[in-house]
Design a protein around this ligand. Structure first.
Ligand code: SF4
Length: 241
């Protein structure tokens, strides 16, 4: 199964699922992540939440009796993509964790790709969240757009979320997963990904966007609040930043 897309030209900046998500949250956030990354600073509570999210991702993997983890990291993208292709075309198909794909310079890592026993694959995004948020479905749509561009047959897409989100203070860290089928919505959104990706490139080619800080900065939490509020002559109330 060979990629149907040519590799991105060398002068085209690579994007990722999280960069596209940053754009859709706030164009200024994407710009700052790429051009002024050193200004980003998450508070301790948000960092603890990230750790819980990683732990929930591991738990989701451990629920499978068998599977392959693509261990190559973000500094080894070509090797991760090559390993993913090996696993996709293996005689015995098993779940793949952290499968890597590229389309038009956009890199994604899929939490879980599960064989559907009909020759296709189910895409699963794992979230430490009680309910599904619209930005999570857009994240799935970005993955669908990239993976389908690699001639992989995706038969379904799910957000695997939890009945009760895990927190650093949770006394009983048992996790019950719930699968939400987002196939139709993710497919619909995937058809509109190209303009979003074009917009991301356009934002990165320009100067720092003049987006004003507002309630959107906390949903989800943005690491540049201190910077943007400072520029606007404001300070964060009730935060360690
Ligand atoms: S703090 Fe708010 S305005 Fe600034 S980059 Fe983040 S989301 Fe955008």
């Amino acid at each position: 199964m060979q990629p149907v897309n040519p590799p991105s030209p060398p002068d085209q900046p690579r994007l990722s699922k999280s960069k596209i998500a940053a754009l859709e949250h706030c164009p200024r956030r994407l710009w700052l992540q790429v051009h002024r990354r050193e200004l980003g600073q998450f508070d301790e509570a948000t960092l603890a939440l990230f750790q819980c999210g990683h732990y929930v991702g591991e738990l989701a993997r451990h629920r499978y009796a068998q599977g392959h983890l693509v261990t190559e990291d973000h500094l080894q993208v070509p090797a991760a993509i090559a390993r993913t292709q090996e696993l996709l075309t293996a005689t015995i198909r098993l779940p793949i964790f952290e499968a890597a794909f590229e389309r038009d310079g956009v890199i994604v890592r899929a939490d879980v790709l599960e064989p559907d026993n009909w020759g296709g694959w189910r895409l699963i995004e794992v979230k430490n969240a009680r309910s599904i948020r619209s930005y999570q479905v857009r994240d799935v749509a970005t993955q669908v757009w990239v993976i389908q561009g690699n001639a992989v047959c995706l038969s379904a897409a799910f957000v695997r979320h939890v009945e009760r989100p895990l927190r650093a203070t949770s006394r009983n860290p048992t996790v019950k997963f719930i699968d939400a089928d987002v196939t139709l919505e993710a497919q619909r959104l995937a058809q509109g990904r190209q303009p979003v990706i074009d917009q991301a490139r356009s934002v990165l080619e320009g100067g720092e966007p003049d987006t004003k800080p507002s309630t959107h900065c906390d949903r989800p939490a943005c690491e540049f609040r201190k910077h943007c509020l400072g520029q606007a002559g404001l300070t964060i109330v009730g935060s360690s930043l």
